[in-house]
Design a protein around this ligand. Structure first.
Ligand code: HEM
Length: 413
């Protein structure tokens, strides 16, 4: 199976590619364009400036050299966001920083998200899934995004920070608004909505942090107490860094994990042979989740800026070049993956870049895997004959690949 459909001219796909103005069909299926870029222009100059990389090798090269390819977004974001809270948020988040800020925050966050630290969450996750699936069964048909996939990460991350259950409701809306502003060409409206969301989120966190300072919890299990204790000390965080990184962590695990579960459900609902195999051999859930991460990577695009003149894929790159790393394309690179457009839940090894690579590699990957594996396994255990009950709707975003709606009927009539 090739991802460039017969009759489609790869050269025309490459020439027509403009990240700043994408046609609606692209959101549905960007892979023919990615495959054309990969074979004809792997280090592609974008119409508005900057490079777009699609080869697995080139992405790895960039990820592994953080000094040469910086994550600092201050210069890139100032013209887009101006002097706003949104600018402060994105440019203070660890993911968009180099050392020393990145190192300081990463050290604090990483310890709270190791396999050992998250193991106690497994029981709570089982309860949450049983509860959601009981409710789903009573309904008979559900929107698998709103009623299932999106309901999982919000509860898990909020409980990592011990946010009281009755205060969690606005978190998803804030998170979606803030992340939307990272689309390649955000509208004024998107930016304004995101700005309001950052303001509301900050106000919410200030109250929560004040209260947690008065009543600290165990820093080994409460991420918020851990971050607070790392604030205002030597080599610690400033108050603004504390607040903005709390927002980032709450956001980082939301939509990405929702999309992992939503994309996994969609693939297994629409590819019966993969689902049947998983039902016969449930132990395949681990490789199945890795394959969902590769095949429909929740985070499709990353960014870096070059700090010195260099070369990439044999092409000269000048200092100060904005570089877009296309994870979605690299994860279908035939030079790394055999039959890359086949969804194969037994694939091993599977060296996908869905969580990136190098010092910024996703700090929450073990948690995301745990959520993805348990959610998909429990769903199909309970509803092995579930089927799509209507047209799924995509989120229509280039950076985050997922569905905004996925109607599902849980058993046949
Ligand atoms: C399927 C779900 C997820 C995917 C696909 C994903 C993907 C990514 C990617 C690609 C990066 C690197 C960005 C870059 O350097 O350009 C990243 C960073 C990060 N992710 Fe995730 N993520 C997921 C879930 C989570 C969860 C559940 C959490 C935590 C609760 C989390 C926390 C973070 C943090 C803190 C970083 C920043 C790491 C750093 O800059 O050192 N992520 N993630």
């Amino acid at each position: 199976m090739t991802s460039i459909p017969p009759g489609e001219d790869p050269k025309a796909l490459v020439e027509g590619f403009n990240l700043a103005s994408l046609p609606p069909a692209f959101y549905d299926d960007p892979f023919p364009v990615y495959a054309a870029l990969q074979s004809l222009s792997p280090v592609h100059e974008l119409p508005g400036g900057g490079l777009f990389l699609t080869r697995w090798d080139d992405l790895r090269t960039v990820y592994q050299q953080p000094a040469l390819f910086s994550s600092d977004k201050k210069a890139a974001f100032r013209p887009v966001f101006g002097h706003t809270l949104l600018y402060q948020h994105h440019t203070t988040s660890l993911v968009f920083n180099d050392p020393p800020l990145h190192t300081r925050v990463r050290r604090l966050v990483a310890g709270a998200l190791t396999s050992r630290a998250i193991a106690p969450m497994e029981k709570a996750l089982h309860h949450l899934l049983d509860d959601l699936l009981d409710r789903a069964e009573a309904q008979g048909a559900i929107d698998a995004i709103d009623d299932f996939a999106a309901a999982i990460p919000i509860e898990i991350i909020a409980s990592l920070m011990n946010i009281p259950p009755d205060e969690r409701e606005p978190l998803r809306g804030w998170s979606l608004a803030i992340l939307s502003a990272l689309e390649p060409n955000p509208s004024e409206d998107m930016k304004q909505t995101a700005e309001t969301a950052v303001g509301d989120f900050l106000a919410f966190l200030k109250t929560l942090i004040e209260d947690r300072r008065r009543h600290p919890l165990d820093p080994d299990t409460d991420l918020l107490t851990r971050l607070i204790q790392g604030t205002g000390i030597r080599d610690g965080l400033t108050e603004i860094e504390l607040l903005q990184n709390c927002i980032f962590i709450l956001n980082a695990g939301h939509e990405t994990t929702t999309n992992l579960v939503g994309n996994g459900l969609h693939l297994l609902l629409t590819l019966p042979s993969a689902r049947d195999l998983l039902l016969r051999r449930p132990a395949l859930i681990k490789t199945a989740v890795e394959e969902v991460l590769r095949f429909a990577s929740p985070n499709q695009l990353g960014n870096r800026v070059s700090t010195a003149d260099t070369t990439l894929g044999g092409q000269r790159v000048f200092a100060g070049t904005q570089i877009t790393l296309c994870i979605g394309a690299a994860n279908r690179d035939p030079a790394q993956f055999e039959n890359p457009n086949d969804f194969d839940i037994t694939r091993s090894p599977n060296r996908h870049l869905a969580f990136a690579s190098g010092p910024h590699m996703c700090a929450g990957q073990q948690l995301a895997r745990l959520e993805g594996q348990l959610a998909l396994a429990r769903f199909f255990e309970r509803f092995p004959q579930a089927e799509l009950a209507g047209e799924p709707k995509r989120g229509n975003r280039a950076r985050f690949r997922g569905f905004s709606s996925l109607p599902v009927k849980l058993s046949p009539d």
